[in-house]
Design a protein around this ligand. Structure first.
Ligand SMILES: Nc1ncnc2c1ncn2[C@@H]1O[C@H](COP(=O)(O)OP(=O)(O)O)[C@@H](O)[C@H]1O
Ligand SMILES: [Mg+2]
Length: 330
């Protein structure tokens, strides 16, 4: 594949995450990829669910190709050399850790190397299938890209986990706006340790606090809150009332976190999905129904979003590896 000119990136990088496992991230990554490819876009699917890589299964590709695990074990020089075609036109795949299961250890600088290399891959869309939860390895792939997707099923625990994920992502992102060992980091840590929910404070309060020290610092946080524009997908919906849960999550995120969450789509539970996985053929290739139409709707909404530049974050923080103090949703 060709390399973009260093200063001109044309791809949109969309990490796909969830607070809870088994909500349909991999299913969505593949089927959104197929749908975008059928709309004429060039798409690369990246399996970053290290330790649980299974995107190849959804694509009907054997788990024997070099991928991110090979790269992390320094057995490949570039991500570009690991990208392989799929049976769908314009749809490409960058495998996970098939050849290096469980032995893969991700160091901070390696993650950063991957994050910096992704924008150089030539594609319209790069979809990152992440693992579930708020582990720092997952958050670090989510926060540099302002238009990530959070997937949830319509169950209270899953919705709370989705909210927790967004809160943790935002906390880490705000923190990394400031240099290691800075006064601001201490203030931010304190702010997140206190109860945020129900206290009438959003991150705009934090921005105001930082402004008391320095106008520019408050502005940096306000800019982040305006730039961070993730989307939510409710998957495996079973009743009309499930549809409203995305709207509710949107309202809570606005009120408690101060961010806009876009409701990208509501997808129903369909019995054919598990058959398509057993049959190793992406669902939307063989079905023309409300689920495939809803997937098209999500892709149209993604197309309408004006792409933002990636979020600038401070690097080189060994101490960040254990940082996850945003805590559960209360
Ligand atoms: N819309 C849907 N309807 C029915 N089953 C679904 C749907 N989305 C996902 N699934 C099922 O849920 C299971 C988990 O999906 P998967 O994509 O592997 O989740 P994750 O990647 O989040 O762990 C799969 O076995 C799949 O069959
Ligand atoms: Mg998965």
């Amino acid at each position: 594949m060709l390399r973009n000119a260093d200063t001109f990136f044309m791809n949109r990088i969309i990490p796909i995450a969830s607070g809870k496992g088994g909500v349909g991230k991999s299913f969505l990554t593949v089927n959104l990829g197929v749908t975008l490819a059928r709309m004429g876009k060039t798409v690369i699917l990246v399996d970053l669910d290290l330790g649980g890589s299974n995107l190849h299964t959804f694509l009907g590709i054997k788990n024997s190709r070099a991928g991110i695990g090979t790269y992390l074990n320094k057995q490949a020089d570039s991500l570009e050399s690991l990208v392989i075609p799929t049976s769908v036109d314009r749809l490409y795949f960058l495998p996970g850790d098939g050849l290096y299961t469980s032995a893969v250890q991700q160091h901070y600088f390696q993650k950063m190397k991957i994050i910096k290399e992704l924008p150089h891959l030539v594609a319209d869309y790069i979809l990152l299938d992440l693992g579930a939860g708020t582990n720092h390895n997952i958050l670090d792939y989510f926060i540099p890209f302002p238009q990530g997707i959070i997937v949830t099923v319509p169950e209270t625990t899953a919705i709370l986990n989705a909210y927790s994920f967004l809160k943790s992502a935002l906390a880490r992102s705000v923190y990394r706006q400031f240099p290691p060992r800075s006064e601001e980091r201490v203030l931010i840590q304190e702010f997140f340790r206190q109860r945020l929910e129900g206290s009438g404070t959003s991150l705009f309060t934090l921005a105001d606090k930082l402004s008391e020290h320095n106008q520019d610092q408050g502005k940096a946080v306000r800019n982040l809150l305006e730039t961070f524009y993730p989307g939510v997908i409710i998957n495996m919906g079973r009743s009309v009332s499930d549809r409203d849960l995305g709207k509710n999550l949107r309202i809570i995120c606005r009120k408690n976190l101060g961010i806009s969450l876009q409701y990208l789509g509501y997808l129903e539970w369909m019995p054919g999905v598990s058959r398509s996985i057993t049959g190793r053929s992406p669902y939307c290739l063989d079905h023309q129904d409300q689920l495939s139409s809803a997937l098209e709707g999500v892709c149209r909404r993604l197309e309408k979003i004006v792409p933002e530049k990636s979020i600038p974050l401070f690097e080189g923080d060994e101490d960040l590896d254990n940082l996850n103090w945003a805590g559960p949703a209360r």
